[in-house]
Design a protein around this ligand. Structure first.
Ligand code: NAD
Length: 251
């Protein structure tokens, strides 16, 4: 349960909000009092997320974060509907296309980089531009990386590279946007139960769970709790940080 309404009246854009961690982030931010703009390429999933949110003027939009035209349209729709830009932006949209380096195709490499890294770039840039143009004095951008971006992982050469890029992008954005009062942080989940990890063989998940000092995989809500903290004023002196939400995996 949310301890308070730390985000009362804030407008939050959440990409990848149709599923897993993004859906949990939408729910947590709404419980903290935010209006939530859910963005995802999965229309049905985004609508389902919307139905699960507690009352408020929340909206869902279909967008492919890897397409600059979609991102521009999304920002325009948010501005038109709410007459202001989102002051909180959580980039959760992401994909995996796992294969060992020796077998990885150029197409799979490009596809994962396009969504995870370029998508995060496009949305971060558009969200920051909208905030700066509006003259807002503060904002919080939260990008979901992965612990895999720090330590690598078998079969995830494209994904690990994309998530390392997200962390570097976010630190750079933090340096450039601090003067506008916009904070940028990365959350690095470990292994979290979601439709993404449902694709991972159970024996691999069991292996990682056994390596986690806290003794289990994470839940989407446990990542969402950290996102809510980073979105709120409780983290007002934190920018450029990478917060591991891993149960202690790889410490
Ligand atoms: P998920 O598959 O449940 O959710 C990902 C969401 O992103 C889906 O709703 C999907 O439709 C959306 N999406 C994919 N491509 C998109 C695009 N081009 N445009 C818009 N939306 C798009 O997975 P999840 O586990 O909730 O992952 C959320 C984020 O957390 C991802 O960035 C993922 O890499 C990251 N992450 C997950 C884990 C984990 O263990 N589950 C660990 C570390 C990081």
């Amino acid at each position: 349960m949310a301890a308070s309404l730390r985000l009362r009246g804030a407008l939050a854009l959440v990409t990848g909000g149709a599923s897993g961690i993004g859906r949990a982030v939408c729910a947590r931010l709404a419980r903290e009092g935010a209006l939530v703009a859910v963005a995802d390429r999965n229309e049905a999933g985004a609508a389902e997320t919307l139905r699960g949110l507690q009352a408020g003027d929340h909206r869902a939009w279909v967008a492919d974060v890897g397409r600059s035209e979609d991102v521009a349209e999304l920002m325009g729709q948010i501005q038109a509907h709410y007459s202001r830009p989102a002051s909180v932006c959580v980039n959760c949209a992401g994909i995996t296309m796992d294969e060992f380096l020796l077998k990885q195709t150029e197409e799979a490499f490009d596809a994962v980089l396009r969504v995870n890294l370029k998508g995060t770039f496009l949305v971060t840039q558009a969200a920051a531009r909208a905030l700066v143009a509006s003259g807002a004095s503060s904002g919080s951008i939260i990008n979901v990386g992965s612990i895999v971006g720090k330590v690598g992982n078998l079969g995830q050469v494209n994904y690990a590279a994309s998530k390392a890029g997200v962390e570097a992008l976010t630190k750079t954005a933090a340096k450039e946007l601090a003067r506008y009062g916009i904070r940028c942080n990365t959350v690095l989940p470990g292994f979290v139960r979601s439709p993404m990890t449902d694709k991972v063989p159970q024996k691999v998940l069991d292996k990682f769970a056994a390596m986690v000092p806290l003794g289990r995989l994470g839940e989407p809500e446990e990542v969402a709790d950290v996102c809510a903290f980073l979105a709120s004023d409780d983290s007002r002196y934190i920018t450029g940080a990478s917060v591991e939400v891993t149960g202690g995996l790889f410490i």
